[in-house]
Design a protein around this ligand. Structure first.
Ligand code: IPD
Ligand code: CA
Ligand code: CA
Length: 259
């Protein structure tokens, strides 16, 4: 699989760099913006075009592959047999529309349920975080070191805004026990902060394409990626996900309450 994965890395990085050029070019045009489940859940013509572009290339590279992409998702026949690709063309679409920054593009590849590769591209910073259990994690060409195993009291915590506002799982107590709370509006950006050691953890309700790439990168760096109650994640189900250092995960487990 070694050579095949090397080839995969070259291919995926090439698509993501092409996607970056398409995304940046879109800032010169008027975006088409639609709402999905509610007024704060947006999709644009760029989300749709980038997902189509990735899907076309994935099918050319691996015709049998199963693709779970945010903008083309249907519930039918979900399984993790063989190769499964998770695609979130733009994560943080609200930021993409309102700020032209603080969003990422994400791809993950699993084989029979095992994470092979995660790719999270911070498009504006031009930083591609990528890797897998066999090679470690890189930011562009630089190998990343595992973040320090900090306790909750010594680190910042990312929390999805509704969870903090409504105190789901007693997360206000978690926020108060930490060094401070950070909310960026992109799961990918928040997970980057945890793998870089800038935050001790991140918790939010996430869909499979929101956490698939981050799970591979974070676990490769020795972080804990589980449901907030400590149970393992099901890759095909949306969950309350906690990505954290192992010490912060234990601290948070003592503070959370069922919602
Ligand atoms: C959303 C962002 C947001 C998270 C939501 C996601 P999208 O992704 O990651 O931070 O709180 O749960 O759906 O819709 O912009 O790809
Ligand atoms: Ca998205
Ligand atoms: Ca997303």
């Amino acid at each position: 699989m070694g050579k095949e994965l090397e080839y995969l890395d070259i291919a995926v990085k090439g698509w993501m760099h092409e996607a970056r050029a398409k995304i940046l070019a879109a800032f010169d045009e008027d975006l088409d913006v639609w709402t999905k489940s509610g007024r704060n859940d947006l999709v644009t013509n760029v989300d749709k075009e980038v997902e189509k572009f990735y899907s076309k290339n994935i099918h050319l590279l691996s015709p049998e592959a199963n693709i779970i992409g945010e903008e083309s998702f249907t519930q039918a026949d979900l399984n993790m047999d063989g190769l499964t690709w998770f695609v979130d063309p733009i994560d943080g679409t609200m930021n993409f529309v309102k700020q032209h920054s603080h969003f990422v593009s994400m791809i993950a590849v699993y084989e029979n349920g095992k994470g092979l590769r995660g790719y999270i591209y911070d498009v504006i910073e031009d930083k591609l975080y990528w890797g897998g259990p066999d090679i470690g994690v890189f930011c562009n060409n630089n190998k990343m070191r595992a973040p320090d195993n900090v306790f909750l009291k010594d680190g910042l915590i990312g929390i999805g805004a509704p969870y903090l506002i409504h105190n789901f799982f007693n997360l206000q107590a978690v926020a108060l026990a930490s060094s401070g709370t950070r909310i960026y509006g992109s799961a990918g950006i928040q997970i980057i902060h945890v793998i870089e050691g800038k935050c001790a953890g991140y918790v939010s309700y996430l869909r499979p394409w929101d956490f698939a790439a981050g799970k591979i990168l974070a676990e490769t760096l020795g972080l804990s990626v589980k449901m907030i109650d400590g149970t393992p994640l099901n890759m095909l189900i949306s969950s309350d996900v906690l990505v954290a250092t192992k010490n912060a995960q234990k601290d948070i487990a003592k503070l959370i309450k069922k919602s």
